[in-house]
Design a protein around this ligand. Structure first.
Ligand code: SF4
Ligand code: SF4
Length: 455
């Protein structure tokens, strides 16, 4: 049975830890990966979480919870490199330490290339929710998601996806948005919806910072630089690499997908960003740390027990301690971590504080706050232009969905509203179109050969 622990007033009511049992070690070499270089923090390590540490972690994590639903999030690197036995032991320890009435969930993020029938059977048996990293159809996925030899990984990932489906494992798609796929929102979205038949999609923008000293080389990738060596990636520098998503295009990417989703997929496909936005519009923000007023409740645990403030800040300055010498609960409730979370709010520039969509955005993730506002104040998010565009674009439909929810009606009713409005708008355009104009319906034909035929 778990020992009793003292809950400090500083301890957030809910938090989660991303655990990296194999550290930064991965079988792939995705060009934009910010985590691969973290290997340099542990020279000489075997990068395998030891069994006694796994047990300590599971016990402490369960002891630290004040809620009855506990989610273990396994990540990497590539966590499947740990082998099935490791996760079987994790399940055994979870059973050993769970409290009566407690529900334990497991999520695991994988590149999918190492999946086989045994893994899928295990995930199905133990109700794992699998996050599969896919960046779109083949040519978009293969742009940056490559193996150690530099070859695209699309075929192996699709093989993994098929195995997950055959075994009936629950999965969702995690797609990064970057320079290679930013111009193809609909082919990316439709591929996930129609071909991978996924119901849950997360879009994560790639923002890779670099420093002025290496600026001339910023237009090539890490792997081409310094004889192929990746430098240790840290959240510093005000320049970006060529793989980084363009801020405006990120906004357009999300808005284009939203326009299709809001007309045909509401209630069928869950796009995390849209769900989070709806939460903000109904006055129930939450969900993801990036759009929360403060952060500090999404920590990262390395293979040796080092606990860091955040998965994006696995850097010496953000190491809170090691769970082998200090209980996780003390590290999470420490002043250092509390300050880390509050800094997000206290360093918000005036431009954000006065922004019309601040209630939904809250300035985004601090790791991307490295540009200046139009009036020269530091600390604006690199993605600001995209966020502003997207949140303003969805304002009206979000208000409609919030209104539906207030009336206890399903938000999916918005689809009929949008379709009726589109139809009306189209009829108005038909009324003023000339015979040789392109048809307003978008068919590419002349009006007289399409909807203008009758007239
Ligand atoms: S730094 Fe960014 S990713 Fe990390 S907890 Fe804060 S908002 Fe979330
Ligand atoms: S949209 Fe831009 S200005 Fe507004 S809160 Fe977000 S980052 Fe700040």
């Amino acid at each position: 049975m778990p020992m009793s622990v003292e809950f400090s007033a500083n301890l957030p009511p809910a938090f989660h830890v991303m655990t990296k049992p194999s550290g930064a070690i991965c079988n792939l070499d995705c060009k934009y990966c910010y985590f691969l270089s973290k290997e340099m923090l542990y020279p000489g390590s075997r990068f395998r979480m030891a069994d006694d540490l796994l047990q300590t972690y599971i016990r402490q994590y369960i002891e630290s919870q004040r809620v009855n639903e506990v989610t273990f999030a396994w990540q990497g690197g590539e966590p499947l490199l740990m082998g099935l036995g490791f996760f079987q032991r994790a399940i055994d320890y979870q059973k050993q330490y769970t409290r009566p009435g407690m529900k334990i969930l497991n999520t695991l993020q994988t590149n999918g290339t190492l999946l086989d029938a045994d893994w899928c059977r295990f995930f199905k048996t133990h109700d794992f929710l699998i996050g599969l990293s896919v960046d779109g159809p083949r040519e978009l996925h293969d742009a940056y998601r490559v193996n150690k030899g530099g070859a695209g990984t699309f075929d192996q990932v699709m093989r993994g996806w098929r195995l997950l489906r055959e075994a009936g494992v629950e999965y969702n798609i995690l797609c990064t948005v970057h320079a290679a796929n930013q111009d193809h929102p609909l082919s990316v979205y439709r591929f996930f919806r129609d071909e991978l038949e996924t119901q849950f999609i997360q879009f994560i923008p790639i923002v890779e910072r670099t420093t002025p000293q290496i600026l001339p080389l910023a237009n090539i990738g890490w792997s081409e630089r310094d004889g192929g060596e990746r430098p240790l990636y840290e959240q510093s520098g005000s320049k970006i690499t060529n793989r980084t998503v363009n801020a405006h295009k990120y906004g357009e990417f999300l808005s284009t997908i939203f326009d299709e989703w809001v007309r045909r997929d509401v209630g069928q496909v869950y796009v995390q960003m849209f769900d989070v936005a709806l939460g903000a519009w109904v006055g129930q923000p939450g969900g993801v740390c990036v759009f929360a007023p403060t952060c500090g409740t999404a920590l990262a645990l390395e293979h040796n027990g080092d606990l860091f403030s955040c998965d994006h800040y696995v850097e010496p300055d953000y190491r809170l301690g090691n769970i082998q010498s200090d209980h996780m609960i003390e590290l999470i409730a420490s002043d250092k971590q509390r300050q880390f979370g509050l800094d997000k709010q206290t360093t918000l520039p005036r431009y954000c504080r006065e922004c019309e969509v601040r209630f939904a955005c809250h300035g985004g993730c601090p790791k991307n706050r490295f540009i200046t506002t139009p009036d020269g104040e530091a600390g604006l998010n690199y993605l600001c232009a995209g966020y502003k565009q997207f949140f303003n674009h969805v304002d009206r439909p979000m208000k409609i969905m919030a209104g539906l929810l207030n009336q206890r009606r399903p938000p999916a009713e918005i689809m009929a509203i949008m379709t009726a409005e589109d139809k009306e708008r189209l009829q108005q355009t038909f009324a003023t179109a000339k015979r040789n104009d392109p048809c307003p319906c978008g068919s590419g034909k002349k009006f007289k050969q399409c909807h203008g035929r009758q007239r």
